[in-house]
Design a protein around this ligand. Sequence first.
Ligand code: NAD
Length: 285
Amino acid sequence: MAVETIGVLGAGQMGSGISQVCLASGFRVVLNDVSFDALERARGVIGKGLDVLVRKEKIAAADRDKALAALTATTDLSDFASCDFAVEAATEREELKISLFRKLDGIVPEGRILATNTSSISVTRIAAATKRPERVVGMHFMNPVPLMKLVEVVRGLRTSDETFAATVDLSRKLGKEPVPANDSPGFIVNRVLVPMINEAVYALSEGVGKAEDIDAAMRMGANHPMGPLALADLIGLDTLLEILHVLHRELGDPKYRPCPLLARHVDAGYLGKKSGRGFYSYGKE
Ligand code: NAD
C-alpha cells in the first residue's frame, strides 16, 4: 500500500528529525505532541534543517516551501486518521508507549503500519497492546536523524514479513540504510553503545578522569567521533537512564546497573543538551 502521509507521534529531538527527513523526501507529515511548545520548537528546527539543505543545494528553495506546507502540527491525535504509516517517537516509557499504541490502533486506518522509534523497549510487548500486532514494527532512527544513515528495523515476534519489508522500503525512500535487528532489549546499537556510556559515567563518578578528559581520551584513543559523555548529553540523560533500566530489568545482569551519578543528574533536571545542562553546560539552562 502506497505511503503518502506519515504520522509522527512526539515532537522532541527525534520526532522533529524524523519529520524533517520525511518532508524532505516528499511525504506529507502529521506531527503530534501533547505540548504546544514542543510543536512550535519542532517547526523551527525543521525549518532550519530544511534551510541547511537549500544552502547545501540538496533541495531547491521551492522544495523547502513545499515541504513546510506539507507539515501539519497538531495536539489532536485523531488527525492520524489521515495517515498511511505512523512512527511513534514519544518519551521512552513503556506504559506510555503501550497506551499510545492502544490509541493509535483505534485511529490509524486498519491495515496500516504502526512503527515505534523506541530505543530499547520490547516491540513485541508494544504490539500486543494493539489488534494488529503483525503490523507493528521497530523503526529505530539515530540522533541526529537528518545526519545519521542507520535505521534499525526491529521485528517483534508477530511482525509480518510484509510489514518488515514495507518498513525497510520506507527507510530507503527516506535515504536511510536499514539494518535488521531482533526484538531484544536495546536491539543492536544500544545493547553495545549504552553500557559503554554507562561505564564512562562510572569512570567520571569514581574520579578516573574529568568529563573533558574521559571524552578526549575516547575520541583520540578509540577514534570515536565524539566522547561518551558528550554523546550522553546529545541522546538525553533521561532517555539513557530509561534504556539502562530496560537492559538491567530485562536481561537481569548487574553489568547494566545504571550509574547512580546518571540518576542524580536526571533527578536534578540535568537532561543534557535538550535541557541546557547535562555533564556539560550549554548556556541555556
Ligand atoms: P524528547 O524528550 O526530546 O521528546 C519526547 C517528546 O514526546 C516530547 O516532546 C514530549 O512532549 C512528547 N510526548 C510525551 N508524551 C506524549 C504523548 N502522550 N503524546 C504525544 N507526545 C508525547 O525525546 P527524544 O530524544 O525525541 O526520544 C523520543 C523517542 O525516541 C524515545 O523512545 C527514545 O528512546 C527514542 N530515541 C531517542 C534517541 C536519542 O538519541 N535521543 C535516539 C533514537 C531513539
